[in-house]
Design a protein around this ligand. Structure first.
Ligand code: NAP
Length: 306
């Protein structure tokens, strides 16, 4: 078992920021990450709403954040945390490879794509159904692509996919987008994008690969097939809070509830970024949350022997 002052679970922008502040406070800190550092931004082509960078590649920003945090001594370990329990005042986290003992834990586990839950989605996943435009978009060069959703992710990724597709349908269940106005305007000006309003997918079809998507108009009940080579659902995501749910208070959707200092109902456990219940899920929010949680954890550890 390895012992630390602070264990951060998840190395997205929030976790890396918490790691930077915690390491700078001279606390022995580790970030345990099951994938690669950077979280969702590592798979985002361009970021244009992070102050100080008018435009920066998501992977580049992630690397800068990682390098910056490591410079102050943050340790980043590749492991998948599967369990957390309390041993006196200490928290023990079990991973696939090791166990971690901590005075303070910061949960920065983000979320994962919400599934459509329609027939054909699972069967054709990786065969034309994808949740990452930057990873898979290039496979669909010259094809017709369907994007599902009306939020920032769907519209931004829809625009990105026009680099490859000859046409991109954005299928949305209402007749108004949820995405930020600036992103909407850009999509409305893009003549490769066709919006299909008031419609939801009911089935994704194809023998070996995606061949079409069946959609239903929620107002008229009418269904029709669109011939497409790929389907990218971007309908929000599910917070990665499963392993904490019986210990930490969450809302009905699984978002962790914190106070203004990011502390959960469990003393010594903080939650930050997209896994936490809050209004926005922006990089700036995660970074701010990470700062607050690290400072709060530092004060908590300072008072450890009082
Ligand atoms: P989101 O904002 O929750 O939007 C999800 C979209 O999917 C909504 O339009 C929703 O429709 C639709 N939807 C939900 N469930 C559905 C279902 N079962 N069937 C069909 N459609 C469904 O999610 P997101 O776009 O992934 O963004 C998540 C967060 O990340 C947001 O806070 C967003 O601001 C942030 N983000 C920001 C940027 C950026 O700033 N550049 C980029 C990406 C993401 P309704 O509108 O009818 O609810």
């Amino acid at each position: 078992m390895r012992e630390f002052d602070v264990v951060i679970v998840g190395a997205g922008p929030g976790g890396l920021t918490a790691g930077l502040y915690s390491s700078r406070a001279n606390l022995k800190t580790v970030c345990v990450e099951k994938m690669m550092p950077g979280g969702q931004i590592a798979n985002t082509e361009e970021v244009e709403d992070y102050p100080g960078f008018e435009m920066i590649g998501g992977a580049e920003l992630a690397m800068k954040m990682e390098k910056h945090a490591r410079k102050f001594g943050l340790d980043i370990i590749s492991d998948n945390v599967t369990e957390i329990y309390t041993d006196g005042r200490y928290k023990i986290l079990k991973g696939d490879f090791d166990e971690y003992k901590a005075k303070a834990v910061i949960v920065s586990t983000g979320g994962q794509p919400r599934l459509l839950g329609v027939p054909g989605e699972k069967e054709l996943s990786g065969k034309g159904v994808s949740y990452c435009a930057i990873c898979d978009g290039a496979f669909f060069k010259g094809q017709v692509i369907a994007v599902v959703g009306g939020g920032d992710a769907a519209v931004e990724e829809g625009i990105f996919l026009t680099k490859f597709g000859i046409k991109v349908y954005i299928i949305h269940r209402r007749d108004q987008l949820r995405a930020q106005k600036v992103i909407q305007d850009r999509a409305f000006k893009n003549d490769k994008i066709e919006f299909i309003w008031d419609s939801v997918p009911v089935k994704i079809n194809g023998a070996e690969r995606v061949e079409s998507i069946t959609i239903k108009n929620v107002k008229t009940g009418e269904t029709k097939d669109l011939a497409v080579g790929a389907v990218f659902p971007f309908i929000g995501f599910v917070p990665n809070s499963k392993i904490f749910r019986d210990k930490i208070n969450t809302d009905d959707m699984g978002y962790i509830i914190t106070d203004q200092n990011m502390e959960t109902n469990q003393k010594g456990i903080w939650a930050i970024g997209d896994v936490r219940k809050q209004l926005c899920k922006q990089i700036t929010n995660a970074v701010g949350d990470g700062t607050t949680a690290a400072v709060a954890a530092d004060k908590y550890i300072e008072a450890w022997d009082d």
